[in-house]
Design a protein around this ligand. Sequence first.
Ligand code: 0O2
Length: 205
Amino acid sequence: MDIYGEYREALEQVMEHLAEAIRRVSEEAEKRTGSGLYEHLIYRIKGDESMREKCRKKGLPETAQSALVAVRDAIGLRVVCRFVDDVYAVAEALKALPGVNVAEEKDYIRDVKPNGYRSYHLILSVEAPFADVRGENPGHFYAEVQLRTIAMDSWAALEHEMMYKHDAPNRKLLTAELKRCADELASCDVSMQTIRNMIRGEGGI
Ligand code: 0O2
């Protein structure tokens, strides 16, 4: 039996609702400025087995209650933007959506992780017209939204592949090198943002 049980359909609907809101806000920006707010948007319901594994790792029973309340990334969306300002624009638009509350916010762009990881994470609590696992209707469902630039996303993908699963030799050196790459990419992000601001006549150097 799927760990999400009867709540899977609600999760799909909430995820689609958020994805649609992100598309809409980007289309509005495109009409105003000629450019949308993101390069790509991906989303998924965490697979049954990876959610069970996450519950086990956290010492939680493998139940819908754990998967939907204690773990809060059953619904996951990733918004990959071209510019840092667009990351914050999408985040602000999400926070302003009716029926959406911010349960947690981690700005790893301003507070960079020691390994160089940069991304803006939101855990949203979304009200929806379905019963939730607490028995409330309308219910509340958590969703994790990761927002980052293309540069941050490339780094995270490569770092994840190289460091996450593998027991690499020279780990200390590799970690330092990856941090250097992350910082160089962040510096490019700042330059790209400045160039766009100048093109749009919004200041800069
Ligand atoms: P997966 O398989 O990607 O879902 P929590 O999810 O609350 O238990 P935590 O660490 O408190 O975990 O949350 P945080 O810091 O917001 O990180 C959540 C997700 O961000 C991670 O999911 C990763 O996808 C991503 N992430 C965080 N730190 C790093 C990092 O250093 N490198 C890379 N490449 N990705 C990172 P999960 O659950 O770890 O795994």
